[in-house]
Every structure is written in structure tokens, then in C-alpha cells.
Design a protein around this ligand. Structure first.
Ligand code: PAF
Length: 281
């Protein structure tokens, strides 16, 4: 497995894979967990090699505390990737390599999907994600790129980004991987205390139960029930729970037959922000 920190050396290493071979890409911010590894495994099954980028992207953080505390574990990440069978290239550049000393996000017109939920609560977040992915896609030039459905809104944004930037890459969404207590795997979980980790099982438990309730209750009743669950928790505080149209991501108050819906949650355990979502129908 090769580890690359410069654009040119990665581009050079990928040359043998440009003709009649497929390049898969898994962009990450490191602190890898089984969720990331399952993305890399899926990518390895469908491609001749896979590039895993490890870069904590400053332009997608609206909170410098969150950026500073984001776990950075490059050596452990590389060891984990080494356990996989297949050709993996790690790309772990400095910010100056990607941004040429101009660490600023582009402004994108992703449309209304960018204004809901994460877009509303994390100002500029999706511009930062779009900016770094546009740079990375142009360096790696993958045939397909793999994203976890935990960040479902991000997945929709990435699909829009490749249209806007006219990038010839297939975007593949992959199922959420969960801890034993149901908590969606996330690099941020590493920052939870044992008590917070245990309490955070409530997030997915609430989503699974909301899916059951969706069969027989109104959206209003479900929203009310979810608030009560979090009011009862001394560890977690709910930032939002929304039932939204799975395509437009617009919050809905009443369902219409024929539409697909998802429930989305963001909650804090101390200063650790956790998100999750589920398909309701
Ligand atoms: O999902 C993430 O880890 C990041 O948002 C991504 C896609 C690697 C862009 O920095």
C-alpha cells in the first residue's frame, strides 16, 4: 500500500490504472472505523484499485473547536487499511497541497437540499464539502466514489456537485454501519465517554421506533414522542428531529402516498455532535 502526500506522486502512481482499469475512491477525514472499511471493501470489489483520502477539511467546519478536536490517527488508519486485501492508495495531503495556501470554500448553488437540516445548522458546511471533493475528484479522477448513508444529505449534495462540476464519476451510497448498541459509526464516536457512548444508543433506537410509529401515527405525534425521549435523557440533547421527503429533503408535516420519507436526527452528547437517519417507507 502506498501513502502519498503530494498531488503529482499520486497522479503518477495511478497512471497504470487509467487505461482499461477502474479506480474507486473513498474520501474520508481519517479516524477510520468499520464503516469506512466497509466502504473501502465495497470499492475494492468493484474496482481494480481504491484511493482512500485522509484529510480533515477545514473549510467544512463552522466551529473551530470541532475542527481542532477532530481525531487525527493517521498511523492507526494506515494499519487498518493494511488489513484489507487489494490495491489501496492512501492520499494524506496537507491543506496547502489541496488549497494552494488559499483555504477558502467556493460558493455552490446546490439548491434547496443544501438549506435543510445540516445546511441550516452548520453554516457553509456543504460549500466546504463541495470544494474539497471537487479538488479531490479532479486529482484522483475516479470511476466511482463511495459515501456512507449516515451522511445522507451529504450524499445528495455530492450527487448534485458532480452534475454542477460535470465530473464523470459514479456516486455510490452505502448502508450505515452500526455499533452493537445501534449507534451509527462515526469518527466522532471516539470522543465519547463510556457513559455518552451508551446513552447515544438512544439515537438509533428512536429512529427504529419512529419507523414503526410511522406506520400508524401522524408526523406530529411522532415528533412529539421523539422530543419526550430526549427530554428524558440527562446525557443527550436533541438538536433536530425531522421527517423529510427523501428526495427534496424538505421537512414534511403530512405524508402523501407515493412519496418516500426519511427521518433525520442530530443530537449532542456533551460537545460531540452525532447524526443519523433512516428510511421510513
Ligand atoms: O464525510 C466526510 O468524511 C467528509 O465530509 C468528506 C466527504 C471526506 C469531505 O471532507
Amino acid at each position: 500500500m502506498g501513502i502519498y502526500t503530494k498531488r503529482e506522486s499520486l497522479i503518477q502512481a495511478l497512471l497504470p490504472f487509467r487505461k482499461n482499469k477502474r479506480i474507486g475512491f473513498v474520501p474520508t477525514m481519517g479516524a477510520l472505523h468499520s464503516g469506512h472499511l466497509s466502504l473501502v471493501k465495497t470499492a475494492l470489489e468493484a474496482n481494480d484499485c481504491v484511493v482512500v483520502s485522509i484529510f480533515v477539511n477545514p473549510t467544512q467546519f463552522d466551529n473551530t473547536g470541532d475542527l481542532d478536536k477532530y481525531p487525527r490517527t493517521l498511523e492507526v488508519d494506515v494499519d487498518l487499511l493494511n488489513t484489507l486485501q487489494g490495491k489501496v492508495f492512501v492520499f494524506a495531503p496537507e491543506a496547502s497541497v489541496l488549497y494552494n495556501d488559499h483555504v477558502v470554500a467556493k460558493t455552490y448553488r446546490f439548491g434547496s437540499i443544501a438549506n435543510e437540516m445540516e445546511g441550516k445548522h452548520r453554516q457553509g458546511h456543504f460549500d466546504g464539502v463541495g470544494t474539497v471533493l471537487n479538488i479531490l475528484f479532479r486529482i484522483v479522477q475516479p470511476d466511482a466514489a463511495y459515501f456512507g448513508e449516515k451522511d445522507y444529505q451529504q450524499l445528495q449534495i455530492v450527487k448534485k456537485l458532480v452534475q454542477i462540476e460535470k465530473l464523470p464519476v459514479q456516486i455510490v451510497g452505502c448502508p450505515i454501519v452500526r455499533e452493537n448498541n445501534g449507534l451509527a459509526m462515526s469518527s466522532r464516536n471516539k470522543r465519547l465517554t463510556k457513559a455518552q457512548f451508551e446513552a447515544a444508543g438512544l439515537i438509533s433506537k428512536t429512529l427504529f421506533e419512529a419507523k414503526e410509529r410511522f406506520k400508524k401515527q401522524s408526523i406530529d405525534q411522532i415528533n412529539q414522542w421523539v422530543s419526550e425521549q430526549f427530554n428524558d435523557s440527562s446525557v443527550l440533547s436533541l438538536e433536530y428531529f425531522e421527517i423529510a421527503n427523501a428526495e427534496t429533503l424538505k421537512t414534511v408535516e403530512r405524508r402523501r402516498s407515493g412519496n418516500k420519507y426519511r427521518a433525520f436526527i442530530a443530537a449532542f452528547a456533551g460537545d460531540v455532535r452525532l447524526i443519523d437517519n433512516i428510511a421510513l417507507n
